[in-house]
Design a protein around this ligand. Structure first.
Ligand code: HEC
Length: 195
């Protein structure tokens, strides 16, 4: 076979693979950031940011809840079972918030909210997001950066007060973690049916 043809074929297949990879995960975006940005993002997310508290499912052990590492920051599991919602939730003087045992799903006067998949999976996570979408989502509390208002208990009002550099570093880190395919269930409006 002609050597130039072979080289051309290799270039084409590398491009196709590159496209396929970037199509299924936004992880390649992490390349736009320095290692220092990613490390600082990791520090913010995994310490005071507390993102794991809600965005990583927990397993209950004799010593309390531990993070399910296989679902690191992947949000409420797609097959999350929503228990029956107690009557009177959100009434004055009553209970305002209930959470599931895995710590990713929350019932309150707003209905039922499910912590989002923050991994760079393109189809089910935030792999298709741009950095500015992420910053806008945190600053303005909007789903996908410009959609409906984000529901409790997502603390976007506090997170959104971080500096642009901090939010950028958080995004850089999220783009660098392992993409996990997990389709988080849709929110259930107040009085809506649970599955
Ligand atoms: C107390 C629980 C809690 C904490 C802590 C938390 N989140 Fe959330 N987050 C949620 C819930 C619940 C939702 C889904 C809200 C909705 O559907 O409106 C959400 C949604 C999001 C979304 C929106 C995704 C989308 O599809 O629009 C992003 C982005 C996000 N969180 C990032 C973060 C980051 C980054 C941190 C840490 C710095 C964090 N969250 C900490 C509960 C939390």
């Amino acid at each position: 076979m002609d050597r130039r043809f072979l080289i051309a074929m290799l270039v084409v297949s590398a491009a196709v693979f590159g496209f396929a990879f970037s199509h299924f995960s936004g992880r390649g975006k992490a390349r736009h950031y320095t290692e220092a940005q990613i490390q600082r993002g990791a520090y913010l997310v995994n310490t005071i940011g507390g993102c794991n508290d809600c965005h990583t499912p927990k397993e209950m052990t004799a010593h309390g809840p531990v993070l399910n590492k296989k679902m690191f920051l992947a949000g409420a599991p797609s097959d999350e079972k929503v228990p029956a919602i107690p009557k009177g939730l959100g009434k004055k003087g009553g209970w305002a918030l209930f959470g599931t045992m895995d710590g990713t799903t929350f019932a309150g006067p707003w209905g039922v909210s499910f912590a989002a998949n923050l991994t760079p999976d393109t189809a089910t996570g935030i792999g298709a997001w741009t950095e500015s979408m992420f910053i806008k989502s945190m600053r303005e509390g909007k789903y996908w950066g410009s959609g409906r208002s984000l529901l409790p208990p997502m603390p976007w009002e506090e997170i959104g007060k971080l500096s642009t550099n901090d939010l950028r570093d958080i995004f850089a880190y999220l783009m660098s973690i392992k993409p996990i395919h997990n389709s988080v269930p849709d929110l259930i409006p107040p009085g809506g049916s649970h599955r």
